[in-house]
Design a binder for this molecule. Structure first.
Ligand code: AMP
Ligand code: MG
Length: 411
């Protein structure tokens, strides 16, 4: 094992993350929107329940409601009324009587138990109860889901589909959320063409911005797509300046290494400031985080796998922080690797792999094969990263490794 200092000049991944997150100040502006538009928005206020859910005791079954004491001396009760969902029974019922009741209908205050209709025989107004019941059977209680004044969600909660349902069940028509952030995306490279265009000799199709915009869509940000920018200092500077005026965050890909056509660093230095440049991670060594006059800047490497892994591992947590969102962490798993993993000590690896179960039902993880940073299919077939610390060298088969599941942002 060689220690991480074998990668001189590279910033350890954890330090890069910490530096970057501490530089990000979450946005403060909020807006009140209809609940229907709340998916993936971030709550700006704590929410406690204004009412009990459900607001009244109600029946969990279609059947008959009664006082359990009625069945101590007889198995036959007299039907005297009904309670439907939305149309409660209004009268009184006494010992020896029962009420026809439907699922969700309010339990009459004079009843304490419900029997489902399958266990009853109805003969006009005489109902025979075929089975013994216990007190409070088949009743859903007032506030059993959410009690009045109970804390339900806290500020920073990113609303999921289920959360929208919970808020609707509280009768909440609108929510106060942080405003959406705007992210400008641009891809630099003379060789890049958009899908649909004809490739000239030496060209390739541009994929980074497409995958990135799809990821950003999952984060519910407003995207401004600047498209492909030529490897030209003036053109890149003009694009960065324009993007900086329009967006909270500018994300570019390509041109961050030290090649002859790599202008990103130079322009970022001229217009703003660079936070850090080279990170001890693989894929993705050249990654820039910095500030433009009005926005944060992320410079992703050009290689498609490097671009996506750095976007996912570094830019996404930064964007979540900017959005005020509490990041939802999936658990790290410790799993046996099915194959040997090749690794050189010095950088933290995010190897793409498939987590599965073998015939005995035990979890195992299998590398997707070649880990080249241009092999995007290594990522599309994967469902997880094997995360190997910087100091780690080759890993023999059957060793336990750390596995990080892909979250929904990149799937
Ligand atoms: P660069 O960082 O600009 O030197 O690019 C590194 C590699 O990634 C080169 O092979 C580029 O052709 C490729 N590349 C750069 N940008 C993109 C992009 N947006 N989509 C696909 N490949 C790219
Ligand atoms: Mg380039």
């Amino acid at each position: 094992m060689v220690d991480c200092c074998s990668a001189p000049g590279l910033l350890p991944f954890e330090q890069a993350m910490e530096k970057m997150l501490s530089a990000i100040k979450p946005i403060n502006e909020t807006e009140t929107i209809s609940l229907a538009l709340g998916l993936n928005r971030v709550l700006a206020r704590n929410i406690s329940s204004p009412l009990n859910v459900p607001p009244h005791h109600n029946s969990a079954m279609d059947g008959y409601a009664f006082k359990l004491a009625s069945l101590q001396t007889t198995d036959k009760l007299t039907l005297i009324g009904r309670s439907m969902a939305g149309a409660p029974f209004q009268g009184e019922c006494k010992i020896g009587e029962c009420i026809r009741i439907m699922t969700g209908a309010k339990l009459p205050s004079c009843c304490d138990t419900v029997e489902m209709q399958e266990n009853c025989q109805a003969n006009d107004t005489k109902i025979t109860f075929l089975e013994a019941r216990e007190f409070n059977d088949n009743i859903r209680f007032t506030g059993e889901d959410i009690a009045i004044n109970q804390a339900v969600f806290s500020q920073g909660k990113k609303l999921s589909a289920i959360d929208i349902g919970v808020l609707a069940s509280l009768g909440v028509p609108t929510v106060e959320v942080y405003r959406k952030i705007t992210v400008a995306v641009l891809a630099t490279g003379d060789e890049l063409k958009s899908p649909g265009e004809t490739l000239n000799d030496g060209d390739i199709y541009e994929s980074n911005s497409h995958a990135l915009i799809a990821m950003l869509t999952k984060l519910n940000v407003t995207v401004i797509n600047f498209g492909i920018i030529a490897d030209d200092e003036q053109a890149i500077r003009a694009a960065f300046e324009q993007a900086d005026q329009q967006a909270d965050v500018v994300i570019s890909s390509g041109g961050v290494s030290v090649g002859d056509a790599d202008y990103t660093k130079l322009i970022l230095e001229q217009l703003g400031e660079i936070g850090f440049w080279k990170i001890a991670m693989k894929p993705g060594k050249p990654f820039a985080f910095g500030k433009l006059p009005n926005s944060y800047f992320f410079g992703l490497p050009g290689n498609p796998v490097s671009a996506l892994v750095t976007a996912h591992q570094l830019a996404v947590p930064a964007l979540l922080k900017l959005q005020h969102a509490q990041a939802k962490k999936l658990p790290l798993l410790k799993v046996k690797t099915a194959t040997q993993l090749n690794k050189r000590a010095g950088r933290m690896d995010f190897q793409r792999a498939v987590l599965s179960t073998n015939q005995q039902g035990e979890m195992m993880v299998t590398s997707t094969g070649s880990q080249g940073s241009g092999i995007l299919t290594s990522m599309s077939t994967a469902n997880c990263y094997i995360v190997l610390p910087a100091s780690q060298g080759n890993v023999p088969a059957n060793e336990i490794v750390n596995v990080q599941l892909f979250d929904d942002v990149i799937q």
